[in-house]
Design a protein around this ligand. Sequence first.
Ligand SMILES: Cc1cc2nc3c(=O)[nH]c(=O)nc-3n(C[C@H](O)[C@H](O)[C@H](O)COP(=O)(O)OP(=O)(O)OC[C@H]3O[C@@H](n4cnc5c(N)ncnc54)[C@H](O)[C@@H]3O)c2cc1C
Length: 596
Amino acid sequence: MSTYNDSVGEVDIVFAGGGTAACVAAGRLAKANPDLKILLVEGGKNNFNDPTVTNPAVYLSHLAPDSKTALFYKSKQSKHLNNREAIVPMGGILGGGSSINFMMYTRAQGADFDAWNTPGWLETYHPTGKDIDQSRHGHDGPINVGDGGYRGKSENQFMDTVKSMGYKDITDLQDLDAIGGFSRWHRYVGPDGKRQDAAHRYVHPLLQSGDYPNLHILTETKVIRVLFDESSPPKAIGIEYKPNADHQPELALSKPVHKTIKASKLVVVSAGALGSPQILERSGVGNPEILKKLDIPVVSELPGVGEEYQDHHLLLYPYKTNLDEGETLDGILSGRKDFAKALEAKDPMLGWNGIDICAKLRPTDAEINSLGANFQEDWDRDFKPFPTRPLMLCGVVNAFLADPSLVEPGQYMTMGTYTAYPYSRGSIHITSKEDVINGYDFDAGFLNHPSDIKKQLWAYKMSREITRRLPYYKGELELGHPKFKDGSAAAISESASAVDINAPNIEYSKEDDEAIMDWVRDNLNTTWHSLGTCAMREREKGGVLDGDLNVYGTQGLKVADLSMVPENVGANTNNTALVVGEKAATIIGRELGIEV
Ligand SMILES: Cc1cc2nc3c(=O)[nH]c(=O)nc-3n(C[C@H](O)[C@H](O)[C@H](O)COP(=O)(O)OP(=O)(O)OC[C@H]3O[C@@H](n4cnc5c(N)ncnc54)[C@H](O)[C@@H]3O)c2cc1C
């Protein structure tokens, strides 16, 4: 039994949202105790054996404008983005972000978990050792991290170049401490070249085996709210839900039916950092001012719900290369290489995401100084005392990452630079108590702190210096770079070849810096790393959750996803979501007397 229907009746635990963290926690708990009846309710479709999910090379298809596997959260216009409205996509399918993401394996720094400052969330993450130390990584969990059997050869040339420039060649950048250099990037791809999403690794094996009739999924269904009883404090007793109109329009058109499911032990809200605060608010948990406007009775007064939204801020700079066709993903992304035929031929390239190099970087003292007194003050307070905190992360993608019709057929690369710990903050709040698709007001907050744009200024110059030294560099794509004034020494070279390793760096005038920052405002976007909107923190400091992920002022209600993150992590976030799922399973297991 897997798909929930009315005959299943009451369950023990219901997860509202079936993304990365939820699949981990639900799978772990269902396996640990087959008597525990668990239901995952997911807004999107089932991802089981979907070739666009399982084959890494076509990950970008999920971000197409008509995609039904991503949720596109629209932020309001912002002067910090030259009046643009940022769009923040998140997973909208079973497995959540882990089903559609770029599969890059990056761990938070050990110091990031220290900064959470919550007993029980620190000690697990402090292994010791040096170089590739086995004790720094788990080896027997369900998620494989590897190469999937395909890497581009250009990574060797890239690493040789950065080493010649003085950067560290770091064998294991994900050892919780490493920083200050580049590394060969591993991914959530198994030895068979298949994606390691949380649903395929934690949930489907149980459902397919037939041995776990206690685990149920209900997909294409939106959780509207959590239901409470009259206890004091109010106890969560289940959820109210309806068909997702984006997936089940015929039902929705014939007046959507609201239904309820009872949960006797626990409700876990796990709809992601932009979904969970909305469910809480529709349930009466949040800022009373917001709830009263919508006639929602207040269950627990928690003004922190939906606040402190954070992401990492990403810029993507495209370059021309003289790499051959097997060295970039452009063939597949442009359709020149037919996906169906490649699938039939079991082309090993389908197990590749085109991203072989990553970095965690800090500027030199002189570079920090050049970014101005205010930036220096922020650096001295928040980075200088924490030597393992990167200022920026960097990913090198062997492909042109936007609409392929914008460029000549060819082989491209893209330098991605993203902020590790942005100062900017945003928020998301509901504007309707029933509209589960568009009933929200979202401010991503991108660049609303002045130091965040300075980080991008440094990152552009740094990444450009590296790229123009790569042996396979063939010039810059003007459409993806700042618009420098005619005659500027920093002008874009559409057609060029690599400069000498020791060539002088490009000199930028004040006007050039302005052109870069204007470009950043015009183009900066999400890194798809939303978090922080229901933070695990003291209640009087705006916290929503205690250290066991309980929602303050309620009983039987937890949040388990990246909404809980109290301080950002200097890493791509899927790994932290897996950690949150594992930790949630341990906490719930302990409370129910189950060994997980
Ligand atoms: C395009 C993209 C690329 C990324 N690339 C990487 C990468 O390469 N490496 C990396 O480490 N991280 C990456 N990430 C980030 C990572 O995948 C996420 O941080 C992670 O998935 C977050 O996990 P979560 O459990 O907090 O929420 P999610 O995985 O987002 O899960 C939330 C789930 O809740 C569902 N939901 C929402 N509202 C409701 C509702 N009302 N009712 C029912 N269900 C609901 C959603 O459909 C979704 O499935 C990427 C993310 C995206 C979107």
